[in-house]
Design a binder for this molecule. Structure first.
Ligand code: IPD
Ligand code: CA
Ligand code: CA
Ligand code: CA
Length: 267
């Protein structure tokens, strides 16, 4: 992808994200419909659907040959990463959106032949936009993010994790996770994977571990974290797979080996 195309995509996507953010804040003031998907706690609202449709319409009108993966199903059936592929989560953190009216984000990753080119994560209620362009660094609004702290140690780290991970868990050795909770400085669970990636890139947390994310949860975050020197892998250390659900560890490189060797043991 050449610089001119990248620049145009970034400008348009930013514009649509800010418009979508305005729409979401407006729709929040009105009654919106809440449905459930795979289980009673897996929520989706009219606002999630309308936001995804808004992006699909704009992208298809401007870039008819691009492909699009969206959580709510308005995109294409994408089976390969050939060409330009947009990976969109219209609202990441729907439970927060419904219950808290804050702490949710729009997440958009743009890939070219499988390579992450542009990542955007918009914290809607805080009006903070994280952007990253491959090889050009990452930003929080207009402020360039620094490379991740190379002095951090496990003992001075804040680790974000999906809270379920510490409970009796068939897929990970939860005793070791409980030891991680003791050994690290503190843990957090924000309820929006995209924001957890963004907070890692910002350097306000040092790792994020979760046992299941979909491509739209991490597509933008992966690009953002790359640009500040962080690492993102599946929890077994394998490269992430952008077409399927993944376990995810994303972290500061300084604590990667410690996490993998001493705390993360998959069953
Ligand atoms: C969810 C959030 C949550 C994570 C879940 C995701 P959604 O996305 O990112 O933090 O733990 O696995 O499904 O459904 O709110 O877009
Ligand atoms: Ca969802
Ligand atoms: Ca999500
Ligand atoms: Ca979502």
């Amino acid at each position: 992808m050449n610089d001119a195309i990248r620049e145009e995509l970034l400008i348009n996507t930013k514009k649509w994200i800010y418009q979508a953010g305005d729409n979401i804040r407006e729709q929040m003031e009105q009654a919106f419909k809440i449905d459930t998907k795979s289980n009673a706690n897996d929520l989706v609202t009219d606002v999630d659907r309308a936001t995804e449709q808004f992006f699909v319409e704009n992208i298809k009108a401007n870039y008819p040959d691009h492909k699009l993966i969206g959580e709510e199903g308005y995109g294409d059936k994408v089976e390969s990463l050939d060409g330009i592929v947009w990976i969109i989560d219209p609202i990441d953190g729907t439970m927060n959106f419904v219950h808290q009216k804050r702490n949710f984000a729009i997440s958009i990753g743009i890939y070219h032949d499988g390579i992450g080119e542009i990542g955007l994560i918009y914290n809607v209620m805080d009006d903070v936009l994280y952007t990253a362009v491959k090889g050009q660094g990452a930003y929080r609004n207009d402020t360039r993010l620094k490379p991740l702290n190379d002095e951090v140690r496990l003992e001075t780290s804040i680790i974000a994790m999906n809270s379920i991970i510490a409970c009796e868990n068939k897929r990970i050795n939860e005793k070791k996770i409980q030891q991680l909770i003791i050994d690290s400085r503190g843990t957090r669970s924000y309820g929006s994977a995209a924001l957890e990636f963004a907070f890692l890139a910002e350097g306000i947390i040092d790792a994020y571990l979760t046992m299941q994310l979909a491509p739209w949860d991490f597509a933008a975050g992966f690009i953002l974290v790359n640009e500040v020197g962080g690492i993102t892998v599946q929890a077994n250390g394998n490269p992430i797979d952008l077409l399927h659900n993944n376990t995810i560890l994303t972290c500061n490189k300084q604590i990667y080996e410690r996490l993998m060797n001493d705390y993360i043991e998959l069953k």
